[in-house]
Design a protein around this ligand. Structure first.
Ligand code: DHE
Length: 514
């Protein structure tokens, strides 16, 4: 018996260790929840586009130990460490070919809730214009807050890994929320009920709402498309393949709403172009039939074969991150090389100024306010501890305010004398600066939860209170008196990220993101 065992062992040693087969392990252990093609199912998509965004524990660690408070089990008993490492590595390899995700697939993914019934009036007594949503990324939920009492009216589940700001319908009644896996969720704030969900892309960036509330545009990385949904029933209005003027396919970095122009504006990852997509019933023939600027190109006859004619504007550089002036004529774009930025005039379709913005400004977080007889725009930088303040008449930098580290989000309100900016990165991530809008000096630095990340601010409708996230799994939303800067309440939440006030959003307040 002993001799037989020794023989088997010798044969096995001669043959070498059994090679790990990650594709087979995936099929056996992961495919049921994450989909046969790694595109997601009950669990999220496991593709490089999604996984490189994974913060916190390494992928191998999650496979080995599972994820607390989720349906992800531990696999350390089923696979040894080498197999797990191989599987984790394999998940980071790109898919073979781009999966088909067109109108048919999107429509097949749509789920409209059978028990959803529209209501005639809100089922609660709060001010509908002062509702504030708090996205809790710790367990993928949103809390619906009364902006006066801070009572939680509802807490509902979202798709996995929500990113970007939810977008409200112009009357503030519905909200649309997007996840990095491309799911769009429609929720009725009056009824406190989900209306439905649809997967508009396989890996998506953000969404934008048309000014009339009829359309929702979804920016996708995978596939390289822009999906336009009807907000009414989440049906597909158009899936547009994104290719630059020379035919190069491109990911869409972000889509922005430009209501006065009745258009969406697209930042593109892989071609040096800005796109403007019109949803106007009467697109301006001067703009959309190529009259004014020589480098405009119209795809298809205006309003004939598509309700969404596209204008492609060549830019001198790749621009990913945008900020618009309040009229939506000017787009400020940050250069990807991190050596400055540009201002593009959307009316004439050309660059009109350069911006002195070294060190990766996060223009998407910019806000504006009146300073003397001009309007300034301020933006934190992702790589330096600095906030740049730019004059929007001359496009010159008025001041660079030194902070305790690079920040991510900035906020103010028309009724507040202050601008709030976090220190998202580095050892001082627990600090929040408060800057005086007129002197451009930091007047107070808050440290409400020592050692914990403190980030993102949203004001209540009247600007009287500022809500700050303690961005941790056992975190909180802290309510501050926006005048005295004293803490008023602390609402426990699971890794709260962004907060979004209905009024500030639907009125396009100058102090908030649009
Ligand atoms: Fe965001 C908004 C891009 C990483 C949380 N983020 C946005 C927007 C863009 C953007 C273009 C504006 C869209 C909108 O709201 O409609 N974000 C990017 C990136 O390119 C970047 C740096 C890297 C990436 O791969 O996506 C990035 N973002 C992050 C994060 O790591 C954050 C902190 C955590 C997360 O959720 O992934 C994060 N981004 C947010 C939030 C908003 C956002 C909370 C909405 C802010 C708001 O107040 O409107």
């Amino acid at each position: 018996m002993k001799r037989k065992a020794a023989l088997i062992l010798t044969v096995a040693m001669l043959a070498g260790p059994v090679a790990a087969d990650p594709a087979a392990d995936y099929k056996e252990f992961c495919a049921d929840c994450h989909g046969a093609e790694r595109l997601g199912g009950v669990g999220p998509a496991l593709i490089p586009e999604t996984l490189k965004r994974m913060r916190g524990p390494r992928i191998a660690e999650v496979i080995s130990e599972g994820r607390v408070a989720t349906q992800m089990p531990a696999f350390a008993q089923e696979m040894d460490a080498i197999r797990i490492e191989e599987l984790a590595g394999w998940l980071k390899t790109p898919l073979e070919g781009t999966p088909e995700w067109g109108e048919a697939e999107i429509m097949a993914s749509r789920v409209l809730d059978e028990d959803y019934v529209a209501v005639d009036a809100p089922v609660w007594d709060s001010d509908p214009m002062n509702i504030t949503l708090a996205v809790e990324t710790g367990d993928h939920h949103v809390s619906v807050l009364d902006g006066d009492t801070f009572e939680v009216l509802d807490r509902f589940e979202t798709p996995f890994a929500v990113h970007g700001g939810p977008k409200f319908s112009p009357d503030g009644r519905y909200v649309f929320i997007m996840s990095r896996d491309g799911w769009v969720q429609k929720y009725d704030i009056w009824a406190l009920k989900q209306v439905g969900r649809v997967r508009a892309g396989l890996n998506s960036r953000n969404i934008a709402m048309s000014g009339d509330g009829q359309w929702l545009a979804v920016a996708n990385y995978l596939p390289n498309t822009l999906t336009i949904l009807s907000t009414d029933d989440l049906s597909v209005a158009e899936v547009h393949e994104v290719k630059g003027k020379d035919g190069t396919p491109s990911r869409v970095s972000a889509v922005y709403q430009a209501p006065p122009r009745e258009s969406f504006v697209l930042a593109l990852k892989d071609v040096p172009e800005i796109w403007e997509v019109s949803y106007s019933k009467h697109p301006d023939p001067g703009l959309f039939s190529g009259g004014l600027a020589h480098d405009w190109k119209i795809e298809g006859p205006v309003a004939q074969d598509t309700p969404f004619p596209i204008r492609k504007i060549t830019t001198p550089d790749y621009l990913d991150d945008f900020f618009f002036d309040q009229s939506y004529e000017y787009v400020m774009g940050a250069s990807r090389k991190g050596d400055g930025g540009q201002v593009i005039d959307l009316v004439i379709g050309h660059k009109v100024a350069d911006l002195e913005l070294p060190g990766m400004p996060h223009l998407g977080s910019g806000i504006t306010w009146k300073l003397g007889d001009t309007t300034v725009m301020a933006t934190p930088h992702l790589k330096d501890g600095v906030v740049s303040v730019i004059d929007m008449k001359t496009w010159e930098t008025v001041k660079q305010i030194k902070t305790e580290g690079p920040g991510f989000f900035m906020r103010s309100h028309e009724n507040s004398p202050y601008v709030w900016v976090d220190v998202f990165f580095g050892p001082n991530k627990d600090l929040m600066h408060v800057i005086d809008k007129q002197s451009l000096e930091i007047v107070k630095t808050l440290r409400p939860a020592p050692g914990k990340t403190v980030a993102h601010v949203e004001f209540t409708r009247d600007g009287s209170h500022a809500l700050v996230s303690v961005w941790e799994d056992d975190g909180a939303v802290i309510v501050y008196d926006a005048q005295t800067l004293e803490e008023v309440r602390r609402l426990p939440m699971r890794k709260p990220s962004g907060k979004y006030n209905v009024w500030n959003k639907i009125t396009f307040s100058e102090g908030t993101s649009h």
